[in-house]
Design a protein around this ligand. Structure first.
Ligand code: PRP
Ligand code: URA
Length: 205
């Protein structure tokens, strides 16, 4: 399935400020929310609509409303920084949570929490800002599919080519929408040039 990389001047602007190491957490959070809004607009482009008739104060006119429900699953912790934008755009979204933490030395993600709603027939977004080795995203999407989701889109702020390849191999049916496709990983499996540790930058840890 396709990889879509945002190509919008505002996305470039927001991402450059997110990458900047001098950006403090309070600004980082706002930038992350705004960039996520652009990502989610792109990710939900294929969502189905339904025709309706609307009564304006002057006459009746045909219109469209959303024809399917949404689910969003942020991967803790860093994915929480993307959730508010989704809730604002889609107030009736069903939200699940998956806790994953990469081991400092091996970079292998360990699952420590999972609470997912029924996602049958929901257009589902997995929210995790950093797609590095792709191990966390692949695990999260396996859990999401096990909870019934059929159409999953991975939404990330920055991705590495290695992470994209890994996710496409493990879940070839999943769309990936990302803010940037970076150069690669360093020996600690951090994305280069990347933006550092997203969770730490979000929460100032
Ligand atoms: C970060 C990030 C992803 C993961 C990406 O989380 O938020 O979940 O690493 O790496 P991967 O593609 O190599 O699996 P981390 O494990 O640092 O936890 P945190 O969100 O609690 O900081
Ligand atoms: N997690 C992050 O927060 N940043 C990276 O570059 C890789 C994993």
């Amino acid at each position: 399935m396709p990889l879509q990389v945002l190509d919008h001047p505002l996305a470039f602007h927001l991402l450059s400020h997110l990458r900047d190491k001098s950006t403090p957490p309070e600004q980082f959070r706002v930038l992350a929310e705004n960039l996520t809004t652009l990502l989610v607009l792109q990710a939900t482009y294929p969502i189905r609509t339904r025709e309706v008739m609307v009564e304006t104060p002057l006459q009746t006119t045909p219109g469209k409303v959303l024809g399917e429900s949404l689910a969003a699953v942020p991967v803790l912790r860093a994915g929480l920084g993307m959730l508010q934008s989704v809730v604002r755009l889609f107030p009736d979204v069903a939200v699940g949570y998956i806790g994953l933490e990469r081991h400092e030395d091996t970079a292998i993600a360990r699952s420590y929490y999972s609470k997912l709603p029924c996602m049958d027939n929901r257009f589902t977004l997995c929210l995790d800002p950093m797609l590095a080795t792709g191990g966390s995203a692949a695990q999260a999407i396996s859990l999401i599919k096990a909870a019934g989701a059929m159409h999953v889109t991975m939404v990330s702020v920055v991705s590495s080519p290695e992470g994209v390849a890994h996710l496409q191999e493990r879940h070839p049916d999943v769309n990936i929408v990302t803010g940037a496709l970076d150069e690669g990983l360093n020996d600690k499996k951090y994305i280069l040039p990347g933006l550092g540790d997203f969770g730490d930058r979000l929460y100032g840890t």
